[in-house]
Design a protein around this ligand. Structure first.
Ligand SMILES: *Cc1c(COP(=O)(O)O)cnc(C)c1O
Length: 389
């Protein structure tokens, strides 16, 4: 049986499969079984910020795998301690960290910490928000496509319009444990927050004694032109969730924790794989590469370059181009599935964000030549006036 048939037969059925078997990557490129080259503008949904098969990540994984892969967090470890120091040095005031294994787990941890810290139950999230697919995170996720059929969800969650200070002000009360926000909404359609909104969220939370959680799972680690997107706005959250590219592609999640978060005592939370030396070693290597190669700076410069070129594309099919750094959404006037298919036929892999937005999340190491090529192909594909499914 061929690879696609095997996956269709034995996979759970929860994914729409592309007709494309990918076996290898290098920088911003992916290669299929026949060696055909694709420009990856998805980074596995924002995981491969450092590019594929980075030699320093590969070396760190190999070395740690032949030293010690697993160790429960009750035993201190050299690599874990190193990652703790490095990751907590990224944001002033977030000096503690809880390690887990994925984005949604970091959101779950943040909610538990918010409730145990404040003694309150309610969480306020935003419309269009995506925070993950396990029950707590799903309860904060807005789109009914993810929620329908899984009720009852966790009580205590509500959603308010994004980028709307008045709505947030009304929703947060003295019974609110936390507000959770993405700094740029990713799955929801690539909508950046305004500086005023994020700053107001900080002020409203402080006034009512609620904690501010920012979900930087997609926006983190250089993607938007800063190490974390919140750093564009001079705001420090109480809890910051991250995952995707923290360990260069090895599964990991983390919650960075501020001073106001209390009551984190033994037994409050835990994870078998959390803080394992293998992913911590990969994390140390990834953060080192991010600094050495100044990936946030690269994302800022390349994002600006790409954005300017995209805004010059003259097509009646494009409604708006928006984003921050190398997190860019192209909102079309029609459904994007046929465009995404056409781009894939031209050897470019992009994502959607909802029905009408093409989302670009290339590895931050994408070259200027690759960006030029991307723009050329996009200009042609997005101008075609009769794309049908
Ligand atoms: C991807 C993502 C998640 C979920 O992460 P998983 O590792 O898939 O559980 C949560 N929040 C945001 C903003 C994300 O982009």
């Amino acid at each position: 049986m061929d690879i696609i048939e095997i996956e269709n037969k034995h996979g759970a059925g929860t994914y729409t499969k592309q007709p494309l078997v990918i076996v290898r990557g290098q920088g911003a490129l992916l290669f299929d079984v026949d060696g055909v080259e694709y420009l990856d503008c998805s980074s596995g949904h924002g995981v491969a910020n450092l590019g594929h098969a980075h030699p320093k990540i590969a070396e760190a994984i190999y070395k740690q795998a032949s030293t010690l892969i697993t160790l429960f967090e009750t035993f201190p470890n050299d690599k874990r301690a190193e990652l703790m120091e490095k990751v907590t040095s990224l944001v002033n005031g977030l000096d503690r960290v809880f390690f887990c294994n994925s984005g949604t787990e970091s959101v779950e941890a943040a909610f538990k910490f918010a409730r145990i810290s404040t003694g309150r139950k309610n969480i306020v999230a935003a419309m269009r928000a995506f925070h993950g697919r396990t029950y707590g995170a799903l309860s904060a996720t807005f789109n009914k496509k993810y929620r329908e059929g899984f009720e009852p969800l966790v009580p205590g969650f509500s959603h308010v319009a994004y980028n709307n200070i008045g709505a947030l002000d009304k929703a947060v009360t003295d019974e609110t444990a936390a507000v959770i926000l993405e700094v740029v909404q990713g799955e929801g359609g690539v909508y950046p927050a305004s500086a005023e909104y994020i700053q107001a969220a900080r002020r409203i939370c402080d006034e009512r004694g609620a904690l501010l959680i920012v979900d930087e799972i997609q926006t983190g680690f250089g993607r938007t032109g800063r190490m974390f997107a919140i750093q564009h706005f001079g705001v420090t959250p109480d809890l910051l969730t991250c995952a995707k590219s923290l360990a260069g592609g090895v599964p990991i999640g983390a919650v960075l924790i501020g001073k106001k978060v209390q009551n984190l005592t033994p037994g409050v939370h835990g994870s078998t794989f959390g803080g394992n030396p293998l992913s911590c070693a990969a994390g140390v290597a990834a953060l080192t590469v991010m600094e050495e190669e100044d990936l946030p700076g690269q994302a800022e410069a390349k994002g600006k370059y790409l954005m300017e070129k995209l805004k010059k594309i003259e097509s009646p099919n494009i409604r708006e181009v928006r984003g921050l750094g190398l997190m860019i959404g192209i909102e079309m006037k029609q459904k994007v599935a046929p465009y995404i298919k056409a781009l894939q036929e031209k050897k470019i892999i992009v994502l959607n964000a909802g029905m009408t937005v093409i989302r670009l999340l290339p590895p931050l190491v994408i070259t200027y030549e690759q960006i030029d090529h991307l723009v050329d192909v996009l200009a042609e594909a997005l101008s075609a006036d009769s794309v049908t499914e």
